[in-house]
Design a protein around this ligand. Structure first.
Ligand code: PEP
Ligand code: MN
Length: 389
């Protein structure tokens, strides 16, 4: 099903672009798939690139014999027939696959469609300034919970860069459970992140909390983070979807796997397939740790969706000394990377100090991550890739 390759670039997004954010030169395959998805298509028939008009007509005629309708979407490389109708005979798939020109017929059973593996069997590789997320390599995103000062963010960025991190994280807009705690430096924090990027070459991952801030944050960020508390803020999801930029979608505190994938669907349905899922722990009956890292979800994601998935053992555990074991476990479970909180002086951090690694602890973790990645046939994405952007 290469015709449905959602990873095909549609033109570069511009970090500092205008409200349209990207120059689209080619229509994305999603454009063709969307009308089918909106009609709750229970099955799609993928035609071979060599299929003729007669082959297509024969498929539609066969569907009509069964009281179904075929809706053709004409792709650049090949055509797809969406099957419309409620009663799909159990043998229809085999029957259609015997017809000339049919590559395969795929049953779409999940409520999320564009995010489903069935729609797109190949892994989506999200390109972050030349760094592939979801490819053969694993990425390491590191940095403080919140940007606090120029010295703090630049020191941390240099340290994590030296230790082997591939991207820098840091919040300028902080969702806090209490309105009386530090809520971030806002645009000043974004400017400091941009400065740290200039100093180190590391792309910046940072959270955007409201639809009206998307334009501002998109001017500074390389990856827009949607926080756990906003996973079901559908207007925000649509707004980041419209940017076309890479989006790090954290799982909601009490969200099921399916709800999380449906949130990804909101972003992709805006024509933006650049979604990176992030498992960051969920609420369970257990109170010994801040959250419970759901590593089942990491492994399940590799099966159910083509989107990359990374793990956040900092929020997943809430304890700095549990970050190392869970980070290693996440890579072993198939995660495409990890995101961890690192602070030069965790005891004085304005937020999440108790779950932040020191720069030294982070430096010790990186070679261990490389060993585990190697054990599962992968590697850490080389920094040359990051530096060569
Ligand atoms: C964060 O990354 O600092 C953060 C607030 O994460 P989450 O939304 O997962 O709680
Ligand atoms: Mn945090």
């Amino acid at each position: 099903m290469t015709a449905l390759d959602l990873t095909r670039p549609t033109g570069q997004h511009t970090r500092r672009g205008d409200r349209t954010y990207r120059a689209s030169r080619h229509a994305h395959p999603i454009k063709y798939l969307l009308p089918l998805v909106k009609e709750s298509t229970p099955m799609i028939v993928v035609m071979r690139s060599t299929a003729t008009e007669e082959d297509l007509a024969a498929v539609i005629a066969r569907l009509e014999e069964h009281g179904l309708t075929g809706r053709v979407t004409y792709g650049e490389e090949r055509n797809i027939v969406g099957v419309i109708g409620a009663n799909i005979p159990p043998t229809l798939r085999e029957e259609l696959e015997l017809l000339n020109g049919v590559q395969e017929a795929v049953r779409i059973t999940r409520p999320y469609k564009l995010a489903a593996r069935e729609f797109h069997p190949h892994n989506t590789v999200v390109d972050v300034c030349g760094i592939p997320v979801g490819g053969p390599g694993c990425v390491i995103i590191a940095g403080p919970c919140a940007v606090e000062s120029e010295e703090q963010i630049v020191t941390t960025a240099r340290a994590v860069r030296a230790a082997g991190a591939t991207m820098l994280r840091g919040g300028a807009f902080k969702p806090r459970s209490s309105p009386y705690t530090f809520r971030g430096l806002g645009e000043q924090g974004l400017k400091l992140l941009a400065l740290a990027r200039e100093e180190t070459g590391l792309p910046v991952v940072t959270e955007v909390m409201t639809p009206t801030d998307v334009e501002l944050v998109a001017r500074y960020a390389d990856v827009l983070q949607i926080g756990a508390r906003n996973m079901q803020n559908y207007q925000l999801l649509e707004e980041v979807g419209r940017t076309g930029m890479p989006v790090l979608l954290k799982r909601g505190l009490s969200a099921t796997f399916e709800e999380w994938l449906l949130s990804a669907e909101y972003i992709i349905a805006q024509g933006n397939p650049n979604v990176i899922l992030c498992e960051r722990g969920i609420r369970t009956f257990e109170t010994a740790t801040r959250n419970t890292m759901d590593l089942n979800a990491v492994a399940l994601a590799k099966r159910r969706t083509h989107l990359p998935i990374i793990a956040d053992p900092s929020h997943g555990t809430g304890k700095w000394y549990l970050v190392q074991p869970l980070a290693l476990a996440a890579l072993a479970a198939g995660a495409d990377g990890i995101i961890v909180e690192v602070h030069p002086d965790p005891d004085r951090a304005t937020s999440d100090g108790g779950q932040s690694l020191t720069c030294e602890n982070f430096a010790a973790l990186v070679p261990q991550l490389a060993s585990v990645a190697g054990a599962v046939g992968r590697a850490i994405v080389a920094q040359e890739v990051a530096a060569g952007r």
